[in-house]
Each structure stands twice: as structure tokens, then as C-alpha cells.
Design a protein around this ligand. Structure first.
Ligand code: BDR
Ligand code: CA
Length: 305
């Protein structure tokens, strides 16, 4: 069983990524940290707490950064709803936040178990950049590091930039420049993970998980104009899936640099597959069938509490 820390901004697909991680026998979630992104930090943090109670997770939840390092905040309430989980109304949290800042929780957890914990980031990279600046040795301690973010073809929030990278491009630059290999599960990969009607049928009969979380999240998410035709892309679950089973996707070594001062291209993840100065593994192709089978099995396992 792999231990995993999840830094996220729930967020509909973040919620599904947490559910996947929690329900996967291959993973043990040892901490959840929050960042402002899809919606403001107060909501992403409250959602993470509610999700922990709803799913019956035991991992600590710590609040992180509400502001990007340099850029102005950008949110996505039109995609995720004003409170971040579409039409889902999970019961109010019964449990407390960890007293530490997210950055401290990340550092403490990795320091206490060098080589044992994978780190997955599914929101803007502010907390991860601050953790790197505070304790650079996390690059030595982490077992693997995967993000949902970026794209090597085109963006979603702008033609050049994917949302998580655009939301804090300076943090993303720090993260890709750090002394580790970043596995970039970007839009080129995640746009293959569409929750179509046929996929949704595989989530039928899951009780409260289906009626109180999956349906109200995915019904709302699927109404967004960018998702109406092909079905909503479950981006963040793809990053967790990489930890569960790296063979679910093809990854290609590359050099990724983040544009922080483009007139039109800020937040672009400039990807060079021909570089000799590699810093990333870039996900290209998803085994779609096995991905949904993995998700459906984990969701079966993760009944609502
Ligand atoms: C990413 O942006 C957010 O809206 C999603 O939660 C995902 O992490 C996709 O660009
Ligand atoms: Ca996210």
C-alpha cells in the first residue's frame, strides 16, 4: 500500500480524486491539504472537511494558502458552483482541521517517512512551492510527485494555459524547477477521461455516494459549455490514478518550463520532448477502459459513512 498526501482545491473533480484515493486498496491517504483555486480557500477547506466526514476518512486535513504567490487569484465557480461541489450539499463537517498550516503538514509528513509518501497536487501549486522554499529536502523525501496541471498542446482557461498553472504560474515555475521529477498529468491526458452517460451508468447503485455526491456533482459539472458535448473531464482523478497504477497511462520524459510573463501565454507549460535537460514525465495516453474500471471499483469500496 502506497501512502499519499493530496493537496487540492475541491472542486468537483478534486472530490472524485479524493474518493478514488480513499476507496483504492492500493493507497493510504495520510493527509489532505487545501489551497484556494476553483473556489476560495474557505470553501475548498470546508469541502475537504465535509468530504472527509462523508467518506469516513481518518487523514488530517490542513488549510493552506488562499492567495497565489504573485498573481491575482482566479476562481472557476461557473465550472464547480459557488461553493465548489456543484449541487452537492454534504452535511456540515463534524471534525476539526489540523492545527498546522498545510505547508507544515506536508513537510512534517514527508520528513517523518522519507521515501514512503507520494505527493499529488490537484490544485494551484502555491502550497507545494511554499513547502519547497521552506524545506527543499522534501524533494529527497518524497517517493513520487504528480500534478494535475498544464498541457503540452493547449489550455482550458486561456488558449495557452491550463487552470491550475494559470492560477499560480510563479508557484508552478518553482515546482517544475525543483530538484525532482514532476509527473505532469495535464489536459492532453485528462481530456480522455470523460464521464459520459455510459460511464455514469457504471456508478449506479452506489447509495449515498451516488445520490449525495456523484450525481449532484457530475450533473452540474456536465452542464458547463466546455463539457456538454463530450462529457465532463475528471481531470484530478487521473493524477491519483497514476499513483494507483502508473501503467494506466503512458508518460514521456520532457523538459517543462512555465511561462510567467507572456502577454498572451502566462501559465503555459512549454514542453520540450527533445530536451536533454529533463525535469518531467508528461502523461500522453490514458488506458480509458482500465481507468474507469479502477474508478468504479474504488467507488464501490468507498461507500458514504
Ligand atoms: C483543473 O482545474 C480545476 O478546475 C480542476 O479541479 C482541475 O484541477 C483542470 O484544469
Ligand atoms: Ca482541482
Amino acid at each position: 500500500v502506497k501512502k499519499v498526501l493530496i493537496d487540492c482545491d475541491p472542486g468537483i473533480d478534486d472530490a472524485l480524486a479524493l474518493t478514488l484515493a480513499h476507496g483504492s486498496p492500493e493507497l493510504d491517504v495520510v493527509g489532505v491539504t487545501t489551497v484556494g483555486g476553483n473556489v476560495e480557500l474557505a470553501h475548498t477547506t470546508d469541502n475537504a472537511l465535509r468530504l472527509r466526514d462523508f467518506l469516513g476518512m481518518s487523514a488530517p486535513v490542513a488549510r493552506g494558502s488562499g492567495q497565489p504567490l504573485v498573481a491575482e487569484p482566479v476562481n472557476a465557480p461557473a465550472v464547480h458552483g459557488v461553493a465548489g461541489l456543484g449541487e452537492a450539499q454534504l452535511p456540515a463537517a463534524r471534525t476539526e482541521l489540523d492545527r498546522r498550516h498545510a505547508v507544515q503538514l506536508i513537510i512534517d509528513a514527508l520528513a517523518a517517512a522519507p521515501g514512503e509518501i507520494g505527493l499529488v497536487a490537484t490544485g494551484p501549486l502555491t502550497n507545494i512551492a511554499l513547502a519547497l522554499r521552506t524545506e527543499p529536502r522534501i524533494t529527497e523525501w518524497v517517493a513520487e510527485f504528480t500534478i494535475m496541471g498544464g498541457a503540452y498542446t493547449r489550455g482550458n482557461r486561456t488558449p495557452a494555459a491550463e487552470f491550475n498553472v494559470l492560477a499560480d504560474p510563479h508557484a508552478a515555475a518553482v515546482v517544475f524547477d525543483a530538484d525532482w521529477t514532476t509527473t505532469m498529468v495535464g489536459l492532453d491526458l485528462t481530456h480522455q477521461a470523460r464521464a459520459t452517460a455510459a460511464v455514469r451508468e457504471r456508478f449506479a447503485g452506489l447509495g449515498r455516494l451516488e445520490t449525495e455526491l456523484l450525481n449532484p456533482c457530475l450533473d452540474f459539472y456536465g452542464k458547463h459549455p466546455s463539457y456538454r458535448e463530450l462529457g465532463p473531464a475528471i481531470h484530478d482523478a487521473c493524477a491519483v490514478a497514476h499513483l494507483i497504477d502508473p501503467s494506466l497511462m503512458t508518460t514521456v520524459p520532457a523538459r517543462v518550463d512555465v511561462e510567467t510573463q507572456g502577454r498572451f501565454t502566462t501559465g503555459m507549460t512549454v514542453t520540450d520532448f527533445g530536451s536533454n535537460d529533463l525535469n518531467a514525465l508528461v502523461a500522453t495516453e490514458l488506458d480509458v477502459e482500465r481507468f474507469w474500471t479502477t474508478l468504479a471499483a474504488a467507488f464501490q469500496n468507498a461507500e458514504a459513512q
